[in-house]
Design a protein around this ligand. Structure first.
Ligand SMILES: Cc1ncc(C[n+]2csc(CCOP(=O)(O)OP(=O)(O)O)c2C)c(N)n1
Ligand SMILES: [Mg+2]
Length: 280
């Protein structure tokens, strides 16, 4: 067969990659003895689609000037990015076990100096969208040579700086900025709607002059691919509200704030890996 793959073919190609990424997340956080499984697992389909379908990148060349940029603003979720880089062949799989170790390139939050595959040091929540907006405006000055994608957490969008960036993007209208919100409904210590409800969320972003599209199930590869295909063609700024499940793929982690920032025990990791292998 030749030509552009169909969406069904892309889903079939990405599915085993997503499963392996989830396995890497469990293994590396267990080896580290600390980390954030919940928000890494909820974003697996989004990050896999970006790295293996959407982003224009050059293997082995992290600073290629025309690469599409991806800023993971919810920096604590970076294990899912390390997992994608390992599957893409940019990081040795064995290195994943060095997560959060002193001197490792794989810090608990991304470090661009140590690891140029990540675009920005993030993890102080609320800052990544401002960085991404700056990159998108720079791209426009450079003749729109690259696109900029940014992943936000839902709890993260309670930070005021997110709305400053939202307002600035509404004014400057960077066509090549695409933001994906990992709307997993859970933040560090409880449900988002109880701590500081975001709703009506789509209306808020629309009123800031953004194009808004909801992804009814952000853990459904076909829906994620479809949304990124549309928004990746320009016409932004785009806000894709992806309804996801925190801890997706591991039944005892799903929807539980307790698994926001805790490593599984070796026994829990074994159960998690069995489930991912069975259903992933
Ligand atoms: C400015 C700032 N305040 C607090 C924290 C601590 N913190 C780390 S993760 C987190 C919760 C984030 O929730 P959410 O955005 O919903 O992340 P996800 O569910 O995707 O893991 C908090 C408060 C931080 N990293 N930065
Ligand atoms: Mg959340």
């Amino acid at each position: 067969m030749s030509g552009t793959p169909t969406r069904i073919e892309e889903v079939a190609r990405l599915k085993p990659i997503v499963r392996k990424m989830r396995e890497h997340v469990i293994r590396m956080i267990t080896a580290a003895g600390s980390g954030h499984p919940g928000g890494s697992l909820s974003a697996a389909e989004i990050v896999a689609t970006l790295f293996f379908h959407t982003l224009r990148r050059r293997p082995g060349d992290p600073t290629w000037a025309d690469r599409d940029r991806f800023v993971i603003s919810k920096g604590h979720g970076v294990p899912i990015v390390y997992a994608a880089l390992a599957e893409a062949g940019e990081l040795p799989v064995e290195e994943l076990a060095s997560l959060r170790k002193l001197g490792s390139r794989l810090q608990g939050h991304p470090d661009r100096v140590l690891l140029p595959w990540v675009e920005a040091a993030t993890g102080s929540l609320g800052q990544g969208l401002s960085l991404a907006l700056g990159m998108a405006l720079a791209s426009r000055l450079d003749g729109d040579r690259y696109r900029v994608f940014c992943l936000l957490g839902d709890g993260e969008t309670q930070a005021g700086q997110v709305w400053e960036a939202a307002m600035a993007a509404g004014k400057y209208q960077p066509a090549n900025l695409v933001v994906i919100l990992d709307y997993n409904k859970v933040q560090l210590d409880g449900p988002v709607h109880e701590i500081m409800d975001l709703e009506p969320l789509a209306e808020k972003w629309r009123s800031f002059n953004w194009k808004v599209r909801e992804i009814a199930d952000g853990n459904d590869l076909g829906l994620v691919i479809e949304a990124l295909d549309e928004s990746g063609r320009g016409g932004g700024p785009w806000m894709l509200i992806a309804h996801t499940v925190k801890g997706k793929g591991v039944s005892f982690m799903e929807g539980k704030a307790a698994w926001h920032g805790k490593a599984p025990t070796p026994e829990e990791a074994k159960r998690a890996l069995e489930e991912i292998a069975a259903h992933g």
